[in-house]
Every structure is written in structure tokens, then in C-alpha cells.
Write a protein that binds this ligand. Sequence first.
Ligand code: 5AD
Ligand code: SF4
Length: 459
Amino acid sequence: MSTERLKQERSVFIRTYGCQMNVYDSERMIGLLKPLGYDVAPTPDDADLVILNTCHIREKAAEKVYSDLGRLKRLKAAKQKTGGEMSIIVAGCVAQAEGAEITARAPQVDMVIGPQAYHRLPELLARAARERGDVLETDFAVEEKFDRLAARIVDGPSAFLTIQEGCDKFCTFCVVPYTRGPEVSRGVDAIVAEARSLTAQGVREITLLGQNVNAWRGASPAGEVGDIWGLGELCRHLALIDGIERIRFTTSHARDMDDGLIAALGEEEKLMPYLHLPVQAGSDKILKAMNRGHTVDHYRKLIARIRAARPDIAISGDFIVGFPSETSEDFEGTLALVEEIGYASAYSFKYSRRPGTPGAAMPKQVAEDEKEARLARLLVLLEGQRADFNRAMIGKIMPILLEKRGRHEGQLVGRTPYLQSVHVKAPESMLGLIASAHIEGVTPNALAGRLTTDGEAAA
Ligand code: 5AD
Ligand code: SF4
């Protein structure tokens, strides 16, 4: 069946699990399906096509896919009874890691497609329609993927832009090197072209994405200074694009935080003073067992250098508690490091044993209730730091990017440079602008503010 014949009124529902890279990939998939006549359905109930864009990072996330597939099986059967149809696609990292198992465990699934094959969706949909059989597509061919993915339609002034994918670090707990493949950087020209297409749609803030975003490397465009650029040079270059007011990047690795990037953080005002720099644990023994490739002291000194370059920077992090062989003393090291660094926000997780990773086979696995107790203590500490950080904003005047309508009439929600949501009274005509807000209070998940009188003029 040709692509032309597939072009008819249909609807697609995409459920996205996990990280921002998946959010980005889902947007790109929608971008590919729209020209084929697919509209986005708000629920799976009436959709002709349901895509689960899955996450494999922890066991819980992966298991959620199978419970969703159970629900979809019933929905699909009910539809078929009344003469309707529903195709189910499993995409993302579970698809990559457990493709064969999915087709065996869930025969209701029509197609399994790994993250490197999304650009082939139209062709695969056509093939599936032709053969009415199962399609399994999990080969790596990342160079092609980005070039062949359609442009995205984005909604709102803030957007993600993937510049790097994959990971060569092989932390012993992590599935990413297996599900997303080796580190690959997109070229400068493709990134600039996508950034321009985003600004043409009204985007003012871009968040550069990569599993190891600061491992990004690229040949400089002709006529520019330097041969090979790192992320710092790329950010400075993107900052020159008209319309881009804010640049962020995530997730960084302490081993790839080079001088050029630190200097850019210090000098480029469009780079937001907020850095997600996970350390995972505060014990050298555990960092070594995790294969993080650096010590606690390296991280500590690195943060000091970054803070010296950009004193107003806020740090966020990821932590894992209960990695194999972690003693309560090791865990105390994590608490001490958190106390010392001070995090504006953080994600913390109980270690989840992932099949096929070296950590899963390590001796001295930590008991579940011990992990639970450690996580609870860490969360109290981190939550206290987050609350203190938010409270410290009261009385300040902050530039906020007005991103969306609030829940109440006449209210908009903006974001500070530190990614905090701020509720302000403002007309809808100000959506997409960066305005000055006086921060007056905090609620559990946001700040309350009032636009200053010159709010509209603020940059
Ligand atoms: N168990 C628990 N947390 C994990 N992460 C990655 N793999 C695991 C795992 N097996 C966490 C790390 C990483 C974040 C994205 O997820 O903290 O930085
Ligand atoms: Fe996973 Fe480590 Fe790579 Fe991050 S650096 S994606 S935690 S293997």
C-alpha cells in the first residue's frame, strides 16, 4: 500500500512515559503522522492508532507498559466486536530492550519500534497494513533518524530540541547504553535549522536534550572560530538566533563538563543559571562500583568552579539509593554531599535491578525495606532544600517566561530562570513574553507573583 492510500482521516493517541527525550520523540512522531491524515486523539478510546512511547529505566516504568497493554487489549477487542479497528504500537526503550518479549506476551501489539527507527513509521505502517502481520523494527541507524524526521509543530514558547542521543558511559545500573545505543551528536546546521523552525513558531526558550548532552561535539560551520565545537560553543552560536531568549540543556555528566561549557555558562546570559548535574551517590566506593568515572571530590570541585563562573546558578541532581554494596556509611556520604552542595531540586530513586546491566549481577544487593528507608531520609533532606530555595525567591523580582494559561480566569503561568512555575495575573495577550514578576509567596509546587508595572517591557 502506498503512503497516498494511507492518507485518510484517522486518529492517533500517544502515551509518553519517562524522560524529556521521549516527549520530544512523541512530538516528532506526531509530526510524521499528521501528513498521513492522523489527528491527535485525546484518549485511546476512539483512536485508530495507539502508540505507547515507553521507558525502560526502572522496573516500575517498564511494567507499566504491560498493564497498559492489558487495558488496550480489552479496548481493541471491544472495538473489533463492533466492526472497528485499533492498531497498537509499542515504541521507545522497552520496545528496544524487550521487543521479542512484547510480541510474545502481548499479541494485541501490531508493531514494536525502537527509538532509532521512528523516521520509518510511515513506511512500517504501510507495510503492516499490507501484511496485516506483526512488525518488529529495532535496528540502530541513528544518523538517518534525525534527517528523516519531519519538523515538529509545537505549542507554546518553550520547546525541546534533541542534539545528542545515546550513551557510552555504561554506568553499571543503567539500561540507556543498550536501549539508546552509542553517543551520537547531531550536526550544527541541522540543530540551527530546527531552532529556527521553532522560533518561527514563537518559541523563545529551547532546552537542548541528550542522554549525555554535554558530550555533544560537532564540526564548526565554515568561517567560524575553532574546528570542533563543544556544547559551550554550540550554545553561544544558538544564542545569536533572533527570537531565542533562553537556552537550557539536560542531562549533563560530570565527566563531560569542560572549560568551554563552564565559561559559556558564566558569560552567555541566554544560558539559564540552572544546571542538572547528577552525581547519583556521595561515596567514592559506590561511584566506582557504578562506573561513574569520577570521585566525590571531583564533583565537589566541579560544582565550585561552575559556581565561581556563574554565582547565581542553581544545581539539580539525580540520586540512587541502595546500589549493591551501599552500606549505611556510604549512604551517609550521600546525605553529607547533598547538605554540602545544596540542591534547588532533585530526583531520587531506589536502585532498580535491570536485567542485562552489570549491577543486576553484583553481590550484596540491598534489601528493599532498607532502600525504602534511605530514600525516605534523602527525600526529606532534598525536599527541605527545594522548599528553602523556593522561599528564598520571595521579595525578588524575576524575569518569567509566560508559558500557558493558569487554572483561574485571568491568570497565566510563567517560569523563572530556575524552572519554577509562577502564577501571575496577566492578560492572555502576554503569552509567550518574558515579563518581570515580583515574587510574593510560595505554594507547594509553585510561586505566586505579581507583574511589575514595567512587566511588559522586561526581557
Ligand atoms: N535504578 C534506579 N534509578 C536509575 N536511574 C537510572 N537507572 C536506574 C536504575 N537502574 C536514574 C539515575 C538517572 C536517572 C535518569 O534515572 O539517577 O540519572
Ligand atoms: Fe545511564 Fe550513566 Fe549513560 Fe546517564 S551516563 S545514560 S546514567 S549509563
